[in-house]
Design a protein around this ligand. Structure first.
Ligand code: HEM
Length: 461
C-alpha cells in the first residue's frame, strides 16, 4: 500500500512501526539524491549502529569505530584476486563433506545447516585461512559453528532491540546479550593459535609459509591494528570481536542467499531445465573436466549462473528495506518532495516492492532463472548483473556505501553452484511435489524456509 500510494507517486511516507525510530519510506525516485547526501547529514554508519546495536552485543567501540569494515572494504578485491583457487578448494571439500560421495543412494540434506557450513568454510579461507595455523582452522567445523554461534547472538540481540523503544534498551540490551561473553570466549580460544602466529610474524619472530606474509583479511586487520590501534591489537578478546563483526557481514546474508538460490534452482528445474543449463555453462566456461582456473573472465562468462543469482536476490532478498540512513543533521533535512525528515528519523527505500514492480519487470512475481541471461562476452558493461545495483535492484543497496562484499558473494555462489551441479543430482523430497517451499516475511526481513530439505546423489564419474 505504502509503495503504490506513496513511493510510486514520488512521495515520502511515515510508517507506523513498533521499532525505536520514526521510520520514513522514501520513493525509489529519491535514490540518487539519498546516496549523494553527506554522511554528516544522513548517516549510513549511524543507521547501522541503530539497526545492529553492536554496543550491547560486542561493545560500543565496535559500533562507533568500525575500522575492521574499512580495512576489509579496501583490501577485499585484491585479496580475492589471488584467492580464487584456494576458495574453490574449500568449496569442493566442504560440499563433499556435507553431501557425501555415494553414487547409488539419494541422501536427504538439511539445507540451512549445509549452506551455513559451506559458506562459512569458504569465507573463512579468505578471512584467516592463508597460513599454517589459519588453514586448518578454516576447515574446522567446530570453529565455523562457533563463528555462527557469535553471529546468532548478535542477531538475537539486534532482533530484541529492534522491537522496543529506546528507553527500554538499557534493560533489554544486556538481557538480550547475556550469552555473548561465553560465545566470544569460545571463539577467542579457537582463534588464539592463529592470532599468536600472526602477531609473531608481525613482530618478526616467525615467518609465514615459504617466507610469505599471509594474504588474507585477518592479516590486514592485525597489521592495521598493530599500527593504528596498538592497544586493541594486543588483546585477543578485542581482535576476536573485530572478527565477529566481520563474520556478521560476510557469512550471514551470504548463506541465506545460497539457501534461496538452491531452492530456486531446484524449484525452477522442471520448467526451465535449470540444472542442465548450468552444467552446460560450467563445461563451456571451465572446460569439459571442470578444472579450468577461476578468474574474473570466468565469472563474467557465467551468464546463466549470474542471472539465477540476480533473480534470487530480486525476488528473495533478505532485506525488505534498503539504503537505510539515520537523519543526523540537528535541524533535519528536506527530501526532494519537500517533506522535512526530522533529526533521529530512519529513512529507507522499499526494496522488495521496487524489485517486483510490474512496470519494470514482466510477470514480476514469477521466478525466471534466466531472465537476465545475456550472450556470453557482453557481460562487461551489462547493467543487469548480480553485482550491478540500481533503483530496481537494491539487495546490496546502492551508491558509495553499496555492499563491497557483493563481488565475493558473486564468486562464492558461482563456485558453489557450478561444483554442485557438476558433481550431484539434486531434487526436492517427494512430499514437496516439486514445489519450492515459500519464504515468509518477518519484521521486514525475507526469511527462507529454515527447515527445507533437499535430496542429493553424487553423479557417476
Ligand atoms: C548476500 C550477501 C550480502 C548482502 C545481501 C549484503 C548487503 C549489504 C547491504 C544492504 C549493506 C548496506 C549498504 C548501505 O548502507 O548502503 C552492506 C554493507 C556492507 N557490506 Fe555487505 N552484504 C553481503 C555480503 C557481504 C560480504 C561477503 C562482505 C565482505 C566480505 C560484506 C561487506 C560489507 C561492508 C564492509 C559494508 C559496509 C559498506 C559501507 O558502509 O561503505 N557484505 N552489505
Amino acid at each position: 500500500m505504502a509503495y503504490q500510494n506513496y513511493s510510486k507517486k514520488d512521495r515520502s511516507v511515515l510508517v507506523p512501526v513498533f521499532g525505536p525510530n520514526e521510520e520514513i519510506l522514501l520513493p525509489p525516485s529519491a535514490l540518487n539524491w539519498l546516496c549523494k547526501q553527506p554522511d554528516s547529514q544522513i548517516s549510513s554508519l549511524a543507521a547501522q549502529i541503530d539497526a545492529i546495536q553492536l554496543g550491547y552485543s560486542l561493545g560500543n567501540k565496535y559500533a562507533y569505530d568500525p575500522w575492521g569494515g574499512y580495512v576489509t572494504k579496501a583490501a577485499l578485491n585484491s585479496i580475492m584476486e589471488y584467492s580464487y583457487e584456494a576458495v574453490y578448494d574449500e568449496v569442493r571439500a566442504a560440499v563433499d563433506a556435507w553431501l557425501g560421495k555415494d553414487t547409488e543412494e539419494w541422501k536427504e540434506i538439511e539445507l540451512f545447516s549445509a549452506c551455513r557450513l559451506i559458506v562459512g568454510r569458504a569465507t573463512q579461507r579468505l578471512t584467516l585461512g592463508d597460513s599454517p595455523e589459519g588453514h586448518p582452522l578454516c576447515q574446522d567445523q567446530d570453529f565455523v559453528t562457533s563463528c555462527y554461534g557469535v553471529l546468532d547472538g548478535m542477531l538475537d540481540a539486534a532482533g530484541y532491540l529492534a522491537g522496543c523503544r529506546k528507553p527500554f534498551w538499557p534493560v533489554v540490551g544486556p538481557w538480550a546479550s547475556r550469552h555473548m561473553s561465553k560465545k566470544i570466549k569460545d571463539l577467542a580460544t579457537r582463534i588464539k593459535p592463529v592470532y599468536e602466529e600472526r602477531m609473531g610474524m608481525i613482530n618478526g619472530k616467525t615467518a609465514g609459509a615459504d617466507g610469505q606474509t599471509p594474504r588474507d583479511i585477518f592479516q590486514k586487520i592485525i597489521s592495521y591494528g598493530v599500527k593504528e590501534r596498538p592497544r586493541e591489537a594486543k588483546s585477543l578478546d578485542n581482535i576476536t570481536r573485530r572478527i565477529a563483526v566481520l563474520n556478521f557481514g560476510t557469512m550471514h546474508q551470504t548463506s541465506i542467499t545460497l539457501h534461496n538460490l538452491l531452492l530456486n534452482m531446484i524449484g525452477s528445474d522442471a520448467e526451465y531445465d535449470t540444472i542442465s543449463a548450468l552444467r552446460d555453462e560450467g563445461r563451456e566456461v571451465l572446460g569439459e573436466d571442470g578444472e579450468g582456473a577461476w578468474n574474473k573472465t570466468v565469472l563474467n562468462n557465467m551468464t546463466h549462473a549470474d542471472s539465477l543469482a540476480r533473480e534470487t536476490m530480486r525476488l528473495h532478498s533478505f532485506i525488505g528495506r534498503t539504503v537505510q540512513r539515520l537523519i543526523v543533521a540537528p535541524e533535519g533535512v528536506v527530501a526532494p518532495d519537500g517533506v522535512r525528515l526530522p533529526h533521529g528519523a530512519m529513512v529507507s527505500i522499499l526494496a522488495h516492492q521496487a524489485q517486483t514492480d510490474a512496470e519494470t519487470y514482466e510477470d514480476p512475481l514469477t521466478f525466471q532463472p534466466f531472465r537476465f541471461s545475456r550472450p556470453r562476452g557482453q557481460s562487461k558493461d551489462a547493467q543487469s548483473t548480480f553485482v550491478s545495483t540500481s533503483a530496481s535492484y537494491l539487495g546490496f543497496s546502492h551508491g558509495r556505501h553499496a555492499c563491497p562484499g557483493r563481488f565475493l558473494v558473486d564468486t562464492e555462489l558461482k563456485m558453489i553452484m557450478t561444483y554442485l551441479v557438476r558433481e550431484y543430482d539434486l531434487e526436492f523430497p517427494e512430499s514437496y511435489n516439486k514445489q519450492r517451499p515459500q519464504n515468509t516475511w518477518f519484521s521486514g526481513f525475507g526469511i527462507p524456509p529454515l527447515d527445507a530439505k533437499i535430496m542429493v546423489r553424487r553423479r557417476k564419474a
